[in-house]
Design a protein around this ligand. Structure first.
Ligand SMILES: C[S@@+](CC[C@H](N)C(=O)[O-])C[C@H]1O[C@@H](n2cnc3c(N)ncnc32)[C@H](O)[C@@H]1O
Length: 181
């Protein structure tokens, strides 16, 4: 009983540490966006509305603990890569991938320093500001036909191909913006 409580306490403290450290990384080093993972409900909505093929080459920009990649892997996508800049979250992603036997690859790297030309699906859950700043990189590197799937955030001066409304009660929430190069 005591041992179980200690384990639970350890898990809770580790989770709190990971989360707080990501907030600090965001506040101190200005690494763009803190780790705010998609909830189970949001992931279900993504899974319902986005269908990938086994031949898709997928990259998740700021993949957090890799949860979106694992959803896409279950759909059959095989070539899955995520970039995460926060060491602790990256570590968490590696552990979760190991536990769930996921073959998606997670790298500890700033995705702005990565050439994205090899991917035909780009997933992001970042911020409006980030989406605006990435437009130039996307224009330079992504091949025609590449699909950008952005959960919740859109880019100014960039016409989306489609908006998927996943929340029927509140159309402002849970939007998925699809852009095509
Ligand atoms: C809002 S969270 C989304 C996490 C995950 N994609 C999900 O949906 O649960 C954004 C993540 O992007 C990471 N991030 C922000 N800027 C980054 C960068 N330039 N390179 C790599 N990761 C970055 C943050 O550390 C954070 O974990």
């Amino acid at each position: 009983m005591e041992a179980t409580l200690l384990i639970l306490l350890f898990i809770l403290l580790s989770a709190a540490f990971v989360y707080v450290s990501s907030l600090f990384a965001w506040l101190i080093w200005g690494k763009g966006v803190p780790f705010i993972p998609l909830t189970k409900k949001q992931l279900k909505a993504i899974n319902r509305n986005i269908k990938l093929k086994s031949t898709d080459r997928v990259v998740d920009l700021g993949c957090g603990d890799g949860r979106v990649l694992r959803i896409f892997e279950k759909q059959g996508a095989k070539d899955l890569v995520g970039y995460e800049v926060n060491f602790w979250i990256y570590l968490l992603a590696k552990v979760k991938n190991k536990i769930s036997k996921s073959k998606s690859k997670i790298y500890l790297k700033d995705f702005k320093k990565v050439n994205l030309s090899g991917y035909n699906i780009v997933f992001c859950y970042l911020s409006n500001y980030y989406m605006d700043s990435l437009k130039e990189k996307f224009d330079k590197e992504l091949r025609p036909g590449t699909k950008i799937i952005s959960y919740a955030f859109w880019a100014k001066n960039w016409h989306e191909q489609k908006i998927i409304y996943t929340n029927k009660e509140n159309k402002k929430l849970g939007k998925i913006f699809i852009y095509k190069m």
